[in-house]
Design a protein around this ligand. Structure first.
Ligand code: CO
Length: 222
């Protein structure tokens, strides 16, 4: 099959359905996008960003990679973040992991999968930092799930460690960074309660902007 006609048929129906509800939807959207959210999630086909949070085209800026990893030398992810924060001025960045993540499982299994091992090495570092806690969990699935959560928490920190986010906070831009988990089993999101909203939330070792000069009253985060 060279043309995948069934997908074009799906696309035609989808476009018609949206235009039936709002005849000017695409015309209006084509002029500009103004999403309030940047979603950084896993590439897993079972974790479709817009559908999970019920947002339409134009409402969610999206970056996805295997195991939702934020790496400071990844120009793809950093470019997405920079454009989202500096140009689109999104108000929220959510790092969204999911239980049952194959990338995370591969890390827990300590097996080789090829080129992707280099990428998952970033998750391996999270494993190493929490090795004692993780290896105390006897149930394999539970151990994988816990690493999924710890990975999200660490990736939220990575987002906040970037100069992109810190500069936005330093100039007074409203921006929150969230860590969420998605369950493949019931389709529900869970907030990991690690929301970061200011420079004071960044460990001083990772600050590129001095918080003291901005707000001397605020106690440092640890
Ligand atoms: Co995944």
């Amino acid at each position: 099959m060279r043309t995948l006609s069934h997908l074009f048929e799906n696309n035609r129906r989808w476009s018609e359905e949206i235009r039936r509800r709002d005849p000017h939807f695409f015309e209006t959207l084509s002029k500009q996008q103004a999403p309030e959210y940047l979603w950084i999630g896993c590439s897993d086909s079972r974790v479709p960003a817009n559908e999970i949070v019920g947002l339409l085209p134009g409402e969610l800026f999206v970056h996805r990679n295997v195991a939702n990893v934020v790496v400071p030398t990844d120009m793809n992810c950093m470019s997405v973040m920079q454009f989202a924060v500096d140009v689109l001025k999104v108000k929220h960045i959510m790092v969204v992991g999911h239980y049952g993540c194959g990338g995370i499982r591969a890390v827990v299994e300590h097996r080789q999968m090829g080129l992707i091992d280099h990428w998952l090495r970033h998750v391996k570092d999270v494993y190493y930092l929490h090795q004692q806690e993780l290896e105390a969990i006897e149930n394999f699935e539970a151990r994988c799930d816990r690493l999924c959560e710890l990975n999200v928490i660490h990736q939220v920190e990575r987002v906040c460690q970037s100069a992109i986010v810190q500069n936005a906070w330093a100039r007074g831009q409203e921006l929150s960074v969230h860590g969420w988990m998605y369950s493949l089993k019931d389709g529900l999101l869970r907030d990991m309660d690690v929301c970061r909203t200011s420079l004071a939330d960044v460990n001083p070792a990772y600050r590129t902007v001095q918080v003291e000069a901005l707000n001397p009253q605020r106690p440092d985060a640890v």
